[in-house]
Ligand binder design. Structure first.
Ligand code: SF4
Ligand code: SF4
Ligand code: SF4
Ligand code: FES
Length: 593
């Protein structure tokens, strides 16, 4: 992009044509304070804390919204600028209750930081004594209007990023307040608890119930990871203090999700109520008893060695890492020659056989056809992206036999029996993207194939790494009744009751699992495996993007990462498949090429 020359604080700076003053300054390492601005949101120039002096302009200009032009001369900290910022801060501190020592966000608050930066040490104007409402009707976070600075980041995030449009601004002037829908309690509103508003709020107005008062930014650590709840694979930052996970934040730098998370990714893992399995267990005289790793793996290895290939079954969770899947594939498919393999939560039909489309390409689509999938329920961040495009005029056709969360946004909703009609409509449109899921029937898939040449396809898979599992040859054809020795690599998933019922009474069951479930109760050996924040590894999302998850905390008790368990099992079976994570990760990556 063409660069132009501007002078900021007497310094010559080159910045891209079309950049704002804020962007040009930031690229040159010059810090201009902001409040209503957020990197993921369009600027609205509302708070005016970022004002700067621009030579030739009578009024101070909001740096976040003012575009640069060739030769522009800008002062970012002149006495006039500083006086204007102080005035804004004096008013903001007086308008509501900003007694910082009693605020959860004290130490991490953007308003408080600005107060220190500009020496705001007393109230210039009478403080506002009327208490504003506090709304604690939502499960995960609280809205305290007393700390709100009306920057509208929350409402813009809810509308422009999540396309949920729950939040708005009511009343006028100092009485203005953020409200939900037609001013109903937040807990009774259309809010879907994605927590995006919570993450963008610059003050203590939105408070996370679980991690409040548990550690400021400088007392915590952030580790980059990946949400393992669906195939979008949203980037996360796991926030920890002293080995404890405090909260999960969206990673603004993640190209796949752009900082967004849904309730399942942000809150659910922290509210887990199932009992953890923290040590290996072996069934002795009908009862599961604690055992050492050595005994447990020896028992499993003996059962596998004594079984014929056709008697061995492997079932894996779609959220396992590539490293674990590589080892599972090597041990069970290549060495033990097992054929009875499957994915715990199934997979979308594998009939496209070409490179998947990407969310980035969606922007250029004229129409989205959604078939046999409900991303609003199962892959929420994908649904946010679809809804955003519908807001901008994208046509959406939903084909599903069940109630579909995106039906209210669709131009037409059809049953799978009418797939031909949807294909006809798509055939007439330019640039079509087809999302399909596990609900796509074989018959409907045949009709959809007619769009094979013109459309791009994205499979909305159930597990974050279903694509990885398929790439390692773990397809979805598990027959419970045929298994004599079943190795179930469950991860954090449970097995549905009907599959469990079809497992033979004499089948030897090994459950490699993080949580107690009816399967672990039924198992002969239970191997405790690490959960989302305790493991590292790579995953392949629905777009085919390889994502990297880092370990944030140590595994609980004696639990081990899936790859470690399988690596030790391989040793017991006399197959040397690599001992370190680095070595196995490199082998897995090579096999994927
Ligand atoms: S949690 Fe999500 S849906 Fe609910 S108000 Fe905030 S941004 Fe909107
Ligand atoms: S709740 Fe937070 S993000 Fe929303 S307007 Fe108030 S201060 Fe801004
Ligand atoms: S959309 Fe999927 S990957 Fe993203 S946060 Fe939600 S569950 Fe996790
Ligand atoms: S940050 Fe620029 S006007 Fe608010």
């Amino acid at each position: 992009m063409a660069k132009i020359r501007v002078i900021i604080n007497g310094r010559e700076v080159l910045a891209p044509l079309g950049a704002t003053v804020l962007e040009a300054a930031s690229q040159a390492g010059i810090d201009i304070p902001t409040l209503c601005h957020h990197r993921a949101l369009q600027p609205i120039g509302a708070c005016r804390i970022c004002v700067v002096e621009v030579k030739g302009q009578r009024n101070l200009q909001a740096a976040c919204a003012f575009p640069i032009s060739e030769g522009m001369e800008i002062e970012t900290e002149s006495p006039r600028v500083v006086a204007a910022r102080k005035l804004i801060l004096d008013m903001l501190f007086s308008e509501r209750n900003h007694y910082c020592p009693f605020c959860e966000t004290s130490g991490d608050c953007e308003l408080q930081n600005l107060g220190y930066r500009y020496g705001i040490d007393h109230w210039v104007y009478p403080t506002y004594t009327q208490p504003f409402p506090v709304d604690a009707t939502r499960k995960y976070f609280i809205m305290d209007q007393n700390r709100c600075v009306l920057c509208q980041r929350c409402a813009r995030a809810c509308g422009d990023l999540v396309a949920n449009h729950t939040l708005g601004l009511r009343q006028r002037g100092a009485e203005s307040m953020i409200h939900a829908d037609a001013n109903v309690p937040f807990g009774e509103s259309t809010c879907i608890s994605c927590g995006t508003c919570l993450q963008v709020c610059p003050t203590g107005a939105l408070i996370d119930r679980r991690s409040s008062f548990m550690g400021r930014g400088d007392q915590t650590e952030r580790v980059r990871s990946v949400c393992n709840r669906c195939s979008v694979g949203c980037g996360t930052r796991i926030v920890t203090r002293a080995g404890n996970v405090l909260r999960i934040e969206g990673d603004w730098d993640c190209a796949v999700s752009g900082g967004l998370l849904c309730k399942a990714g942000r809150f659910d893992p922290l509210y887990e109520e199932r009992r953890r399995i923290t040590q290996p267990l072996i069934r002795r005289k009908g009862k599961l008893e604690p055992a050492g790793w050595g005994d447990a793996l020896k028992t499993v290895a003996r059962q596998l060695e004594d079984a014929e290939a056709k008697e061995i079954a492997l079932l894996v969770s779609g959220d396992a890492t590539n490293e674990a899947l590589y080892l599972a594939g090597r041990i069970f498919l290549k060495e033990l020659k097992a054929k009875n393999v499957g994915l715990l939560s199934g997979a979308a039909p594998d009939w496209i056989g070409k490179k998947p489309g990407t969310f980035g390409e969606l922007v250029g689509s004229g129409m989205i056809l959604l078939v046999g999938a409900d991303p609003a329920k199962d892959q929420p961040v994908a649904s946010f992206r679809i809804k955003r495009l519908v807001d901008k005029g994208m046509r959406l056709i939903v084909v599903d036999d069940n109630d579909n969360g995106l039906a209210p946004y669709a131009e037409v909703t059809l049953g799978l029996a009418d797939i031909a009609k949807a294909v006809e409509m798509a055939d007439d449109a330019e640039n079509v993207t087809v999302f399909f899921g596990t609900g796509l029937t074989e018959k409907a898939a045949k009709t959809l194939k007619k769009l094979g040449k013109k459309a791009r396809f994205l499979a909305l898979e159930p597990g974050v790494n279903t694509r990885g599992a398929l790439a390692f040859g773990i397809h979805n054809g598990f027959k419970p009744q045929a298994a004599k020795v079943l190795y179930a690599m469950m991860g954090e998933q449970d097995m549905s009751g009907d599959v469990l019922e079809r497992i033979g009474k004499s089948t030897f069951v090994v459950a490699q699992a993080s949580y107690a479930s009816p399967l672990t109760e039924r198992a002969d050996v239970v191997l405790p495996s690490a959960v989302w924040c305790e493991r590292e590894g790579t995953l392949i999302n629905m777009e085919g993007v390889v994502l990297k998850a880092e370990r944030a905390v140590e595994p609980e008790g004696e639990a081990l990462a899936d790859w470690e368990i399988l690596s030790q099992l391989a040793d017991r079976l006399g197959k040397k498949l690599g001992a370190s994570f680095k070595e196995i990760s490199a082998r897995a990556a090579k096999e994927l090429k």
